[in-house]
Design a protein around this ligand. Structure first.
Ligand code: UDX
Length: 451
C-alpha cells in the first residue's frame, strides 16, 4: 500500500492568509489528504480559542512553531516579524518534519504561502513535494515576480521608493507603486527588510512544482495568459459548510444569521474591513452616522481593535437610534453572511479574500481600500468587472456621512451592475463545479501532490 498523502500547510502569520489556506486544506481533505497545519504559536492560540465547539478536525492537525518574537511584541511590525520568522522557523519546521517521520507519520508534500516560500528550500532538502499558494490577486503576484524587470525599466527604483502609475500588461488595471506593501509600512529600514524578504521568496518559489491561487480564469484573464505558471483554483469557498474550522482569529458571532433571516431580500448593507484596518475616531463616527443616514438595515463588523478605543467610540445615542435596524458584531461568519439572500451590498476594504467571497456571492461593492493591494482590488471591482463603486474621501481625507448615504443609494439602484454581479457569481460557481476550469486545475495539482 502506498503512503497516504500528507501535506504540511504553512500560511504567512496573518488572518487573510490563514483563512484561505485553511479553505484549501479542507479541499485537500475532501480529496484524501491529511493535513498538518502550521501556525505560529501566537496565532495558533487564537485559532484554537476561536474554534466552534462542534468543529470537526479529524484530518487537520493544528500545530504551532514559535515566530521568534516575545509574547508582547507587536506582530503588525512587519520588519520585526520578518526577522523573527527567519530566525526561528526554519529549524523548527525541519524538526517538525523529522519528528513526524520518526513517529511513522511521514509528511509527503509541503504547501506554503508564497510569502513563506523560503520554506520550499526545506521541502527540497527533506524530499517533500513542493508547492506554493498565493492568497491575493494573480496580477499582484505576477508583478512581484517581475520586480527585477520593473527595476531595470525604472518603474521601481533601487531604493524601492519611487511612486508612479504603471501597467503590467494590456488589459490589466494600472497600479500605483505607492501601494506596494513595502511602501505602505514603517521606516526605511523596515521597508528594505520587507522588500528583500519578497525578493528572497521570489527566488525560492522557483522550487515550487505548482503555484496556485485563489482566483479564477475569467476575472484575471490577461494575467493568466501572460503568466501561465500561476494556476487559479478558486474561488475557495468551503467555509460555507458549517462545522469546519475556518482558522479565524476571533470567535464568530453567529447570532447575526438569525437577524439576517428577518431582513427583506437584498436589503442589508454588510460592512467589514478585514482583519487589520484601523479607523481613527472621527472617521469611525462619520461611518456610523453614514450607516444611520441610509435608513437601511446594516450589519457592521466592529472588531475589538477597529479603533484605538472602541468602547465609547460610537456617536452619542447611535446604538439606541439604530437598535433593531443596525447590528454590530465583533467578528462575523463572513462566508455565510455574504451568501445570505438578505445582503444587498458590501461596504468593504477590498482585501482579496473579501473581494473573491463577494463576487462569488453576487453582491455589489462599495469600495473603501486602506492598504497595499486593496487599491488594485478596487480597480478590478469598479473598472474591470464593474460590480461596485468607489467611496471617495473629501479634501480633508474624510469619507463623509452624506457621501456614504448617497453612494449606497446609487449602488442599490443600479440594475445593470446587479446583473453583472449575478453573472460573475455564476461564472465563479461554474469554475469550481465538476469540469470547471479551477476544478480541473485543482485536480491536476492534487494528482501531482499525491504521487
Ligand atoms: C489581507 C489583505 O487585505 C488581502 O488583500 C491579502 O490578500 C490578504 O491579507 P485582510 O485585510 O484581513 O487580508 O482582508 P481579506 O483578504 O478580506 O481577508 C479577511 C478574511 O477574514 C476573509 O476571509 C473574511 O471572510 C474573513 N472575515 C472578515 C470573517 O470571517 N469575519 C469578519 O467579520 C471579517
Amino acid at each position: 500500500m502506498g503512503v497516504l498523502p500528507h501535506a504540511l500547510v504553512l500560511p504567512y502569520p496573518a488572518q487573510g492568509h490563514v483563512i484561505p489556506l485553511m479553505e484549501l486544506s479542507h479541499c485537500l481533505v475532501d480529496r484524501g489528504f491529511r493535513i498538518t497545519f502550521v501556525n505560529t504559536e501566537f496565532n495558533h492560540d487564537r485559532v484554537v480559542a476561536a474554534l466552534q465547539i462542534d468543529s470537526t478536525m479529524e484530518q487537520i492537525n493544528l500545530v504551532s512553531v514559535p515566530d521568534g518574537l516575545d509574547q508582547e511584541e507587536d506582530r503588525n511590525d512587519l520588519g520585526r516579524l520578518t526577522e523573527g520568522l527567519m530566525k526561528t522557523m526554519p529549524l523548527c519546521l525541519e524538526e517538525l518534519i523529522r519528528k513526524s517521520s520518526e513517529a511513522g507519520d511521514r509528511i509527503t508534500c509541503m504547501i506554503v504561502d508564497e510569502s513563506m516560500a523560503w520554506a520550499l528550500e526545506i521541502a527540497k532538502k527533506m524530499g517533500l513535494r513542493p508547492a506554493a499558494f498565493w492568497p491575493a490577486s494573480a496580477q499582484l503576484l505576477a508583478t512581484l515576480l517581475r520586480i527585477p524587470e520593473l527595476t531595470s525599466k525604472g518603474v521601481i527604483d533601487a531604493e524601492a521608493t519611487r511612486q508612479e502609475m504603471f501597467q503590467l500588461g494590456p488589459g490589466m488595471p494600472p497600479m500605483n507603486t505607492a501601494h506596494f506593501a513595502w511602501n505602505c509600512i514603517g521606516d526605511r529600514r523596515t521597508q528594505r527588510t520587507v522588500f528583500n524578504y519578497i525578493l528572497d521568496n521570489n527566488r525560492a518559489i522557483e522550487i515550487a512544482e505548482f503555484v496556485i491561487c485563489n482566483s479564477f480564469k475569467e476575472i484575471e484573464e490577461p494575467v493568466f495568459a501572460s503568466a501561465p505558471r500561476i494556476l487559479p483554483v478558486g474561488p475557495l469557498l468551503t467555509g460555507l459548510r458549517p462545522g469546519r474550522p475556518a482558522g479565524h482569529f476571533w470567535p464568530e458571532d453567529t447570532t447575526c444569521m438569525s437577524w439576517l433571516d428577518e431582513q427583506p431580500p437584498s436589503s442589508v448593507i454588510y460592512v467589514s474591513f478585514g482583519s487589520f484596518t484601523i479607523f481613527d475616531r472621527r472617521q469611525f463616527q462619520e461611518l456610523a452616522l453614514g450607516l444611520e443616514a441610509t435608513g437601511r438595515p446594516f450589519l457592521w463588523v466592529v472588531r475589538p481593535d477597529l479603533t484605538a478605543a472602541s468602547d465609547d467610540a460610537y456617536p452619542p445615542g447611535f446604538e439606541t437610534r439604530v437598535a433593531g435596524r443596525g447590528r454590530m458584531v465583533a467578528w462575523s461568519p463572513q462566508h455565510r453572511v455574504l451568501a445570505h439572500p438578505s445582503v444587498g451590498c458590501f461596504l468593504s476594504h477590498c482585501g482579496w479574500n473579501s473581494t473573491v467571497e463577494g463576487i462569488s456571492n453576487g453582491v455589489l461593492f462599495l469600495c473603501w481600500p486602506y492598504f497595499a493591494d486593496q487599491f488594485l482590488n478596487q480597480s478590478f471591482i469598479c473598472d474591470v468587472w464593474k460590480v461596485g463603486l468607489r467611496l471617495m474621501a473629501d479634501e480633508n481625507g474624510i469619507v463623509k456621512q452624506e457621501r456614504i448615504e448617497s453612494k449606497v443609494e446609487e449602488l442599490l439602484r443600479d440594475e445593470e451592475m446587479r446583473s453583472k454581479a449575478l453573472l460573475l457569481k455564476d461564472i465563479a460557481h461554474r469554475n469550481i463545479s465538476r469540469g470547471g476550469s479551477s476544478s480541473q486545475n485543482l485536480q491536476a495539482f492534487v494528482d501531482a501532490m499525491k504521487t
